[in-house]
Design a protein around this ligand. Structure first.
Ligand SMILES: NC(=O)c1ccc[n+]([C@@H]2O[C@H](COP(=O)([O-])OP(=O)(O)OC[C@H]3O[C@@H](n4cnc5c(N)ncnc54)[C@H](OP(=O)(O)O)[C@@H]3O)[C@@H](O)[C@H]2O)c1
Length: 334
């Protein structure tokens, strides 16, 4: 049994700037206590990465507890139970939840869930994890698409965006995605079932939306914010629903962008714009996971995972999300 563990600790708050992987984290070796009554020793197998982790490092997100310098970096993971002192899971069980960037941890497992899926276990961090749940809740609970609607998604080739487009198709909608680069746009149409794709790095996004959505956009699912949100707002249809899921284009900047000039189209088109935090539907997650798993099993939903390797690479793996290097859900295998 290990008596120590390596951990990545927070060493800087990257406010108003990109993450500095050399200085914002510190690799430490820490003593592991013996599991007390009801506790288990867990070995981390995979970590999952989310753009929101940068906001947690900055302490700008008020839906999670603040992080202090020296805290174990917060993040999701899949662990194996390697020893138990009467804990709620059995030795050999795989569990997932907010485990943090640590190779081993001692836990009572109260906040963790057993991995119970017929898909590969990593699915609990991707299509069945926060990613798939965010796609589902943002689209169906906030966007409320009906068959025949045109759904326009930014960040479409990312983990969340690629699932949103496929769920929109399952709901009988037309799905158009916006992503960075020709390769991602080709993937959207060929593999992820989108009806059309717009490369925001090539040409006018606004003109391309007009061309691909001539009757306007009924549901916008925005992961990016800034100029792309403004361009999307230029082409909304009457009664449009604008879902604000994320705003990754500003996560590395010091100031919030000016409000989108085209917001007044919400008045002309009688539209609504709403943000959400997926955790608000936590009580429904088990049921939604079952629906997502069934879609994967019957071949209607595909998902992509980008698995990097080596615990020492955790900071660099997080940074991949902000440079668009990830292809699907970003994970790390320890
Ligand atoms: N509201 C909620 O409860 C909730 C929950 C989870 C996630 N989210 C949000 O959902 C969004 C997607 O998260 P994810 O985990 O699925 O990540 P992801 O989309 O797999 O990865 C991030 C992607 O964002 C794009 N990007 C990065 N910088 C950009 C920029 N400056 N402008 C335009 N695009 C940029 C990159 O794709 P390109 O190559 O296409 O640029 C990158 O691959 C994020 O905004 C996240 O904060 C919200």
């Amino acid at each position: 049994m290990p008596t120590t563990t390596r951990q990545w600790l927070l060493n800087g708050h990257p406010r108003g700037r990109p993450i500095d992987i050399a200085n914002d984290f510190r690799l430490a070796t820490t003593e592991l206590p013996d599991p007390g009554p009801g506790q288990m020793l867990l070995k981390t197998l995979y970590l999952g990465f989310d753009p929101a982790q940068k906001g947690w490092m900055e302490n700008i997100a008020d839906y999670v507890a603040p992080m202090a310098i020296g805290d174990v970096m917060r993040g999701s993971g899949i662990c194996e139970v390697v020893a138990s002192n009467g804990g709620r899971f059995a030795v050999g069980d795989l569990v997932f939840g907010t485990t943090g960037w640590t190779e081993y941890l001692v836990s009572d497992g109260k906040e963790l869930t057993r991995v119970e899926t017929t898909l590969p276990p990593t699915a609990v961090l991707s299509v069945l994890g926060t990613t798939g749940l965010t796609a589902w809740c943002g689209l169906f609970k906030v966007g409320k698409p009906v068959a025949g609607d045109t759904v326009l998604v930014s960040g479409a080739a990312g983990a969340t965006g690629s699932i949103v487009g496929q769920l929109a198709k399952i709901a009988g909608c037309r799905a158009i995605g916006i992503a960075g680069g020709q390769e991602k746009c080709d993937w959207l149409v060929r593999e992820a079932g989108y009806d059309g794709a717009i490369d925001y790095k090539a040409g006018s996004v606004r003109d391309q939306i007009k061309e691909l959505c001539p009757r306007g956009v009924d549901v916008i699912y925005d992961n990016v914010g800034g100029k792309i949100l403004n361009d999307m707002l230029s082409q909304i249809a009457t009664g449009a629903r604008v879902v604000i899921c994320g705003g990754i284009s500003r996560y590395e900047t010091g100031t919030l962008p000016a409000g989108p000039e085209n917001y007044f189209n919400l008045v002309f088109r009688r539209g609504t714009m709403a943000g959400f935090i997926v955790l608000d539907w936590a009580s429904e997650f088990p049921a939604i996971r079952k629906r997502l798993e069934a879609f994967v099993k019957d071949g209607r939903l595909t998902y992509q995972e980008d698995i990097q390797h080596g615990f020492e690479n955790a900071p660099a793996t997080l940074q991949r999300l902000f440079s668009g290097q990830n292809r699907g859900k970003q994970m790390l295998r320890l």
